[in-house]
Design a protein around this ligand. Sequence first.
Ligand code: FAD
Length: 554
Amino acid sequence: MKRKIVVVGGVAGGAGAATKARRVDESAEIVMFERGAYVSFANCGLPYHIGGQIQERDNLFLVSPDRFKKWYNIDARINHEVIKIDRSNRKVQVKNHTEGETFWESYDKLIVATGGNSLRPPIPGLDLENVHNLWTVQDMDSILNAMATKSIKKVAVVGAGFVGLEMVEAFVNKGMEVVLIEKDTQVLPAIDHEMTKKIQTELENKNVQIILGQGVTEFEGKSGKVEKVILEIGTTIDVDLVVVSIGVKPNLNILEDAGIKIGIAGGVVVNDYMQTNDPHIYAAGDIVESTHLVTGKKVRVPLAGPANKQGRVAGTNAAGGKLKFKGVLGTFIVKIFDIVAAKTGLSEKELAKEKIEYFLSYSATKSHSGYYPGAEWMIIKLLVEKGTGRILGAQVVGAKGVDKRIDVLATAIYANLTVEDLENLDLAYAPPFSAAKDPVIIAGMVASNLLRGEIETININEFNAALEKGEELQVVDCRSISDIDMMGHIPDAEIMPVDEIREWFGDLDKDAPTVLYCGIGYRSYLAYRILKHHGFNVKNLSGGYSVWAGKTPK
Ligand SMILES: Cc1cc2nc3c(=O)[nH]c(=O)nc-3n(C[C@H](O)[C@H](O)[C@H](O)COP(=O)(O)OP(=O)(O)OC[C@H]3O[C@@H](n4cnc5c(N)ncnc54)[C@H](O)[C@@H]3O)c2cc1C
């Protein structure tokens, strides 16, 4: 008998599920309901159309309902919202928003990929004109329409996550004055604080006003239009337009009402086959919980990569195949003007929450051989399991080549590799692309040295805390005077360039706890070996001056 598959939601998870189901079963009847006016659009491209990098609006639409029909024989119906699931009779109730009618559609297998909606906390004035979210094509169009009136000069972006940062860039590109407001004490809260300093500097260099550690209490307006943002401390900021980008809430209503199980992470509980507690109902995308591949715990990761893969798995299985979805690492990447930041696995904050014992290492390296033009610095932070050397998380901030390194690191974590595996990877090298020791390999070497006890480090937080407490530390800067003049130095540090340290170390107190640093940790590593051989009580400052000060190495 012909199988009937109904898909709810027609974008990343839903469209992927429907088309994969077709490839698995040519004879199935497949109907896809999308409540909005568009199917298969590129949500991730919306900020770039606003910013002008993607010039043609049409390029955001990947597969039209017509192509769904012609290529895949899928009946993709836009403006159709599924409002109820009747599990016992295996049918869904659908509201056709164009005709205003409601009808029932039967299914053998149902795939739900209803995604999320932007969070809209109860802030007074949130409904004023020109206070926007950015999640749908309609949201994008309203922002562009407002900008087209030419009366928009000053914009506030609330929330400094990746969508918020992409919107800041878009507005700056369009010549707007931008203020970025974030309740956390850093931009891009998903990565660790010290790794965000360069992003903050980049934003400041583009004249973005950054307000951290402040929530919005109210939007005020005149004649229904927003004019002011009021912060917790009472400060008032004049604005013409606001984009609120503070997170996503999964669309679970129809599933919850039908008694589908919701888990502790706030998403739909599914097994490895993306099947819910009803074997006839599958779910995929932003609404589901997935297994975190480092902790084994359930998490909700609202990103396009997992949504697409989960859709493919759900579509396969609903059509009679057998595929598994293994889990997520939360890998993401974001471009902020000329800076790129990326993360995979767990951050320090997350490790602390999970009470996992770890050590960390930083390495600063160039994207390819320094002697070949165009190389740019990047900092890699590795978070490593104590004792075993298993990689638990990685963050990369730089410009060129960050994408490649984060993907190698995500692959390494997926494969449960240790930092000693990293130092042994056989990666492609020619001067335009990498260095004989790729940045990932250097990161592995630095962390492996720590794992094997070949060097002891002090991390930035411990170092700063010791300075604040006024602990007696002998801090030694191992860079040349010219480097120090160019970049600055840690206050009260002794200056002892590595090429002179064998001559001068007699001037240092051998028994005092000593912290060595240089720009990126290499010269201080050489100095560390020298002093250690002479019996000094010494540690290297992890990440060196560049991470401590949030500056690009010279
Ligand atoms: C501006 C922006 C930028 C982004 N950038 C990135 C990025 O760079 N990288 C990344 O990994 N991720 C990014 N994301 C996130 C990514 O787009 C989502 O994780 C992904 O689209 C989720 O797929 P989904 O199918 O679960 O949900 P969605 O893509 O949101 O699709 C769900 C669809 O279901 C429809 N729907 C909901 N309820 C019903 C119903 N009852 N009946 C019928 N239809 C319904 C909705 O209208 C919606 O179209 C971005 C998102 C946005 C908004």
